[in-house]
Design a protein around this ligand. Structure first.
Ligand SMILES: [Zn+2]
Length: 370
């Protein structure tokens, strides 16, 4: 994320602080200074720094439990509305997600419990109601941790409570449907929160409401597109209209064909239309240079192509890694089980189909291949 500063690493994970959070610190310090001088400013800043240390601890609750399930985290960013842990992969099994979601609020409860045990419950109860600027940093911190635990457990997806709800729903109705329902509940709560924030003059609450609203949208869209991709078969993504050449055709014919089409590679077939190999653009260029335009396509084509069944689940990464890259080529030929006809394709065509079925930020391995 841009505009953020690294604070160092905890347990191997980068902790970053966003510029807007530094601005918040500056604003709080200034306001407190104006109201009560340097002492008040120092106390206010100490409180915010301790509070956000608790927020980081909350995030590490999520991170360490997720790590137990094999999910790695890139970094934690502190924003004025809280911390965000960016995980490379959120555990998807409902049981795992449940534990990961609960671990954050559990950390805040634990901190509050320790503080209550040390300070006594009276001090903490008093801290909840008092609006004065007295020096009761630790009771305030205990109260804030209790609030954080309860607030995060609101079933407003994608907040922690919303993730608990999604996990529970996913058990009954599957992840895609469960996410959809949880996102709707999140929308209702975000709307209520936004209206309350507006009428009671609490801009931070409105910001959190917006975060929930858009967060629910983004995560739901991502889950739905992945669910759609799950249903795709290789046959759905493959190209079926390709110009082909016989093995005896001269390279000149291949040049002619490529010049007049958007095709990148040319499948080479026998008299019955069965695949013999693939003439890639690279091979064509090299052969033209070294051997001339009269050489037969069959002599320079790439033979022994890997084959994938059309009914196999479409997974671009698996396909690339295990089928094409291992064979040393970015292309494959696919077998249509219905008609028992082999069809060729170039992965570049799979890419155009996939842009509508995958999250927009997923990396495009094909781009690295060409
Ligand atoms: Zn959390």
């Amino acid at each position: 994320m841009g505009w953020s500063l690294s604070l160092g690493r905890i347990s191997g994970i980068k902790v970053r602080i966003h510029a807007t959070f530094l601005m918040l610190l500056g604003w709080i310090g200034l306001t407190a200074w104006n109201a009560g001088g340097p002492d008040a400013a120092g106390r206010a800043l100490a409180y915010i720094v301790l509070l956000f240390a608790c927020v980081v601890a909350h995030e590490f609750g999520h991170i360490l439990v997720a790590r137990r399930f094999g999910a790695q985290t890139e970094d934690v960013i502190l924003l004025p509305i809280g911390g965000v842990a960016r995980m490379k992969r959120i555990p998807e099994a409902p049981g795992q997600e449940l534990w990961v979601a609960l671990a954050g609020p559990a950390v805040n409860l634990a901190i509050a419990a320790v503080l209550v045990a040390v300070l006594g419950p009276r001090a903490v109860v008093d801290a909840f109601g008092s609006g004065d600027a007295q020096w009761h940093l630790l009771p305030d911190l205990a109260a804030a941790n209790l609030f954080l635990a309860v607030f995060n457990l609101l079933p407003a997806f994608p907040m922690d409570g919303g993730r608990v709800l999604r996990a529970a729903l996913a058990w009954r109705m599957g992840r895609a449907r469960g996410t959809d329902v949880a996102a709707r509940v999140g929308h209702v709560l975000a709307f209520a929160m936004g209206v309350y924030g507006l009428t009671s003059g609490k801009p931070l609450l409105m910001l959190v409401a917006a975060f929930i609203w858009f967060g629910a949208n983004a995560e739901n869209a991502s889950v739905q597109t992945h669910a759609a991709a799950e249903r795709l078969r290789v046959g759905d993504a493959m190209l079926t209209r390709l110009a082909m050449l016989g093995a005896g055709a001269p390279l000149a014919e291949a040049v002619e064909l490529l010049v007049h089409s958007a095709q990148v590679d040319i499948p080479v077939v026998d008299a019955l239309g069965r695949p013999l190999g693939l003439l890639t653009r690279d091979r064509l260029a090299r052969a033209l240079h070294e051997l001339g335009a009269d050489v037969a396509v069959g002599e320079v084509m790439l033979a022994d192509l890997p084959q994938v069944a059309a009914e196999q689940k479409w997974d671009r990464n698996t396909f690339l890694d295990h089928t094409c890259l291992k064979a040393g080529i970015p292309q494959g030929c696919w077998h249509d089980a219905d008609t028992d006809i082999f069809r060729f394709t170039a992965l570049v065509f799979g890419r155009t189909r996939e842009t509508t079925t995958r999250a927009p930020h997923s990396p495009t391995p094909s781009a690295a291949l060409h």
